[in-house]
Design a protein around this ligand. Structure first.
Ligand code: PGA
Length: 260
């Protein structure tokens, strides 16, 4: 194909893998991907808090980036049950997933709260995987674009131009995620990615905006990965179920890199 773009792969293991299972996963993924040319890709794995310390040791000499799945915006204080950016930094964790649709829809995270988290992550020089998503109802009412722009504008409010190199946008329609998820048409995905890029251009101007990777997630698999990544405005793939076996994840990565 002769396309030259850096590709952003990420996975989020959610609450599926326990301690040992996560460590085994990381070990195997590290081995399988060791010989990849890391100039071509960024590979991030979001794992549970309880596995981050040991996970970090395992990935010491690897280019795989470790991320948390959530974070509190405050540094310290009376926030029972929360994990702060300082706590993640202590473990050497430099990236974090924020605003996943499960956080929004099941745990009531508002755009405003997510914005605090995004700004806090960036202020602590972490890579922020900022997730945005439309619902099935949004899609039915043809409101997906409006919702995504709203989430982007509030979520990224106050983020400075100088900070955007650490921002990754993860677009995941909530109706496309998980076992019951329905993979959208490629035209739907293309249109949403155009909208997202336009919205980012409005925020920071074209030159800055076009540097921000926009990653698609939701029922990505071996069969549809190439058709997604070959689209101009799709910069990466967020893969859930089909990345939770390291062999499957590696197989998808290799196939994409071979075609690009
Ligand atoms: P899925 O999950 O690939 O299993 O649909 C996507 C996600 O929520 O990250």
């Amino acid at each position: 194909m002769g396309m030259h773009k850096k590709i952003y792969f990420c996975t989020n293991t959610k609450m599926y893998k326990g301690y040992q299972e996560t460590l085994d996963y990381l070990m195997e993924l590290k081995q399988l991907t060791e010989d990849i040319d890391w100039r071509d890709i960024e590979l991030s794995v979001m794992i549970p808090y309880t596995t981050l310390y040991q996970g970090k040791q395992i990935l010491q000499n690897s280019s795989i980036l470790l991320g948390a799945q959530n974070m509190c915006w405050e540094q310290t204080g009376p926030y029972t049950g929360e994990i702060s950016p300082l706590m993640l930094q202590e473990l050497g964790v430099k990236s974090v997933l924020l605003g996943h649709s499960e956080r929004r829809n099941l745990f009531g995270e508002s755009d405003e709260k997510i914005n605090r988290k995004v700004r806090s992550a960036l202020a602590h020089e972490m890579v922020a995987f900022f997730s945005i998503s439309d619902t099935e109802a949004d899609k039915r009412k043809h409101q997906s674009d409006d919702i995504l722009c709203k989430q982007l504008k509030i979520g990224l409010c106050g983020v400075e131009k100088e900070q955007v190199s650490k921002v990754r946008i993860l677009y995941e329609p909530s109706w496309a995620i998980g076992e019951k998820g329905i993979f959208p048409t490629i035209d739907f995905i293309k249109a949403r990615h155009v909208t997202i890029k336009k919205c980012l251009c409005e925020l920071w101007g074209k030159e800055v905006a076009m540097q921000i990777p926009v990653i698609y997630g939701g029922s990505v698999c071996y069969e549809n990965a190439w058709n997604l990544i070959r689209q101009e405005n799709v910069d990466g793939l967020g893969i859930g179920r089909n990345a939770w076996d390291p062999k499957n994840f590696n197989r998808i990565i290799r196939m994409v890199l071979k075609n690009i």
